[in-house]
Design a protein around this ligand. Structure first.
Ligand code: B4P
Length: 192
């Protein structure tokens, strides 16, 4: 199963990807997590990404594609994956499509988690208190939501046009949303 989770910041992509990974027995590939690991390690890439992320802006497409190619070259993704955080603009969507065709692993599903903005802000504020992530402050959150509307929302149309999109209501408890996703991908959920 090859699945990409789409949705605004705070829509539950990372949260649901962690659960789907256990259920579908495929790795969770989160570009946010990969970038935060680079920042924590103090690598050259991490140094380049740190300030950009803290401001709530997008890290360069070039860095992201290189990181993703590297991740997909590891054997654990051969049986499928759950991608979270990528693509975030149309150029990334096209690059991903080309990469997956090249490695013979076309996407099965793009799942869009729909959550109203007021709830997104509330959830991220909750995480800010619990985890203190550098980009969860009000100014960066405002920027992240703006970037989502301007650059990432068109990606949803990209997958709709490719016949891969399924929209899921992301409002509700963690299990409730999880069960909706499983139902939406049910026809191939046992493919592995
Ligand atoms: P990400 O790490 O992808 O962060 P995010 O979009 O904010 O979503 P996340 O997955 O963490 O949160 P979730 O919705 O699960 O990106 C961070 C930054 O990295 C970007 O701003 C950018 O700078 C950079 N970046 C990453 N990918 C990039 C790319 N492709 N190109 C360029 N730059 C890139 O959860 C949020 C909160 O809601 C959590 O506290 C969770 O517990 C809570 N929650 C989730 N589901 C809930 C539910 N059903 N009910 C109640 N609370 C819930």
């Amino acid at each position: 199963m090859r699945l990409v989770l789409l949705g605004a910041p705070g829509s539950g992509k990372g949260t649901q990807a962690a659960r789907l990974k256990d259920h579908l027995q495929v790795p969770h590939v989160s570009t946010g997590d990969l970038l935060r690991a680079e920042v924590a390690a103090g690598s050259k890439l991490g140094l380049a990404a740190k300030e950009v992320m803290a401001r709530g802006e997008l890290v360069s497409d070039e860095i992201l594609l290189g990181m993703l190619e590297d991740r997909f070259s590891r054997p654990d993704t051969r049986g499928g994956f759950i991608l979270d955080g990528y693509p975030r603009n149309l150029a990334q969507a096209a690059a991903l499509d080309a990469l997956l065709s090249r490695i013979g692993q076309p996407m099965d599903y793009a799942v869009q988690l729909e959550v109203p903005t007021s709830l997104l802000v509330e959830r991220i504020a909750g995480r800010a208190k619990a985890e203190g992530r550098a980009d969860d402050n009000p100014e960066s959150v405002r920027k992240r939501l703006e970037v989502y509307d301007n650059q990432t929302a068109p990606v949803v149309e990209f997958y709709r046009q490719h016949g891969q999109l399924t929209v899921v209501d992301g409002v509700g408890g963690l299990d409730e949303v999880f069960n909706r996703i499983i139902e939406a991908i049910a026809p191939t959920a046992d493919v592995g």
